[in-house]
Design a protein around this ligand. Structure first.
Ligand SMILES: NC(=O)c1ccc[n+]([C@@H]2O[C@H](COP(=O)([O-])OP(=O)(O)OC[C@H]3O[C@@H](n4cnc5c(N)ncnc54)[C@H](OP(=O)(O)O)[C@@H]3O)[C@@H](O)[C@H]2O)c1
Length: 253
C-alpha cells in the first residue's frame, strides 16, 4: 500500500498534512499517524474512513518507541511515498532555571526521533518520494529563552539540507519546512499564552493549512528549504546577512 507517515499528526500542522496529502497525492491510500494521544488519532481515522489509517500511539522521545516503530515497519513493509517528521515541541524558559528533562526532551524528540525515523523509513521509501522535516524560522538565528528549541531546529535544517543532496540520486526529495508562528497548541505547550510575550503577540501568523499545502508543492518541485510569507522570507535573508548578536537584540521571547 502506498503510505504516508506523519508524526505529530494528532493536532496542528501534522493534522493539516493529512488533508494536504489526500488532495495532492490521491495515490496514497494508507496513513500511519503517530502521536501520543490515541483518542485524537482515532477521531481523525473516523473522519477519513475511505483511507486505511493506522493510529500509532507512541511517545517518540523514548528509545523503546523507536524500536517499536522499527518493528512495525519490518512487519508491514509499507511503500512510503511521503514521510513528514513533524512531532516537536518548544519550551520558552530561562535556561538557568529551566527543567532539565523538558530541555533534553526537545533534543530527544525534535532531533533524535526525527533522525531515527528518517533512517528507519528510508529502506521503505519509493522512488520519487518525499521527506518533509519540520524545522522553524527559529533555525535561522539563535533565539534567547528558546535556546534549545532554536538549536534543535537548526539541527533539523542542516540535517535536511545535507540529506537533500545525499538522497537526490535515489529519487528521494528532502525539504526543510521552516514556518513562522502558527496558532496551534505549540504556544500553550511552550508556556507562552497570549499576552505573555509582546514579540510573539505582534508577529504575523502563518496558516498551518497553507504551510502544509505549500510545503508539499515545494517538496515536489525539489526545493531544499520552505518558508511561507514575505515577512519570514525577509527574516531568513536578514539572518544570513546580519551578525546573530545583532539579531538576538530583537528576537528574545
Ligand atoms: N506553531 C508554531 O508557531 C510553529 C512554528 C514553527 C515550527 N513549528 C513546528 O511545527 C511542528 C508541529 O507543531 P504544531 O505547531 O502543530 O504544534 P502542536 O499542535 O503542539 O503539535 C505537536 C504535535 O507533536 C506531537 N508530539 C509532541 N510530543 C510528542 C512525543 N513525545 N511523541 C510523539 N508525538 C509528540 C503532538 O501530539 P501528542 O501530544 O498527541 O503526542 C502533536 O501532534 C513542531 O515540530 C514545531 O516545532 C511550530
Amino acid at each position: 500500500m502506498v503510505t504516508a507517515v506523519i508524526t505529530g499528526a494528532s493536532s496542528g500542522l501534522g493534522k493539516e498534512y493529512i488533508n494536504a496529502i489526500i488532495s495532492q497525492y490521491p495515490s496514497v491510500d494508507a496513513f500511519w499517524l503517530v502521536a501520543r494521544r490515541k483518542e485524537l488519532l482515532r477521531e481523525i481515522a473516523e473522519e477519513h474512513r475511505d483511507k486505511t489509517i493506522a493510529a500509532i500511539s507512541l511517545d517518540l522521545s523514548k528509545e523503546e518507541s523507536l524500536d517499536l516503530f522499527d518493528q512495525l515497519l519490518k512487519e508491514n513493509s509499507p511503500e512510503i511515498k511521503v514521510l513528514v517528521n513533524n512531532a516537536g515541541y518548544g519550551k520558552c524558559d530561562d535556561f538557568f532555571s529551566s527543567n532539565r528533562r523538558s530541555q533534553t526532551g526537545m533534543v530527544d524528540l525534535n532531533c533524535r526521533a526525527l533522525t531515527a525515523l528518517t533512517r528507519l523509513c528510508l529502506p521503505y521509501m519509493l522512488d520519487d518520494s518525499l521527506i518533509l522535516n519540520i524545522s522553524s524560522i527559529a533555525a535561522f538565528a539563535p533565539t534567547p529563552r528558546m535556546s534549545v528549541y532554536s538549536a534543535s531546529k537548526a539541527f533539523v535544517l542542516a540535517f535536511s539540507k545535507a540529506l537533500h543532496d545525499e538522497l537526490r540520486p535515489r529519487g528521494i526529495k528532502v525539504l526543510a519546512v521552516c514556518p513562522g508562528p502558527m496558532d496551534t497548541e505549540f504556544w500553550r505547550v511552550a508556556n507562552v499564552p497570549e499576552g505573555k510575550s509582546r514579540l510573539i503577540d505582534k508577529l504575523p501568523r502563518v496558516s498551518p493549512k497553507e504551510v502544509a499545502e505549500g510545503s508539499l508543492r515545494a517538496a515536489k518541485r525539489g526545493k531544499m528549504v520552505y518558508t511561507r510569507s514575505f515577512f519570514y522570507k525577509l527574516y531568513r535573508l536578514l539572518a544570513k546577512l546580519l551578525p546573530h548578536g545583532f539579531i538576538m537584540e530583537f528576537t528574545e521571547i
